[in-house]
Design a protein. Structure first.
Length: 100
């Protein structure tokens, strides 16, 4: 899987998370995942919640449209983001500064 792929109702993304990373930041990573630094600690789901908020803000969707589907306790997490797949793919590609 690449860092993101379009689905019928949005996109699926893979994100490598670094909790207690000082400040919240989302950036390009490898071909397989984005990189996310989170100020939140990985305690009681705080880092996962912070990741959902950060992705919702970057992609311009409500938090309810971002769903963590795999990797609740892993560093690499898989999430889905509901919305227009082409618009979301452009937002994802903007992190890599390339056209989708």
């Amino acid at each position: 899987m690449s860092a993101w792929r379009e689905t019928s109702d949005g996109i699926a993304v893979a994100v490598r998370v670094t909790p207690r990373g000082g400040r919240d930041a989302l950036s390009a990573g490898t071909e397989e995942h984005f990189l996310a630094r989170l100020a939140a600690a990985p305690v009681d789901g705080a880092a996962n919640a912070a990741l959902i908020v950060m992705l919702a803000k970057h992609f311009g969707v409500p938090k309810r449209d971002v769903t963590l589907v795999a990797g609740q306790t892993a560093r690499v997490k898989r999430l889905t983001i509901a919305g227009d797949p082409q618009v979301l793919a452009r937002a994802a590609a903007s992190l890599y500064a390339v056209a989708p």
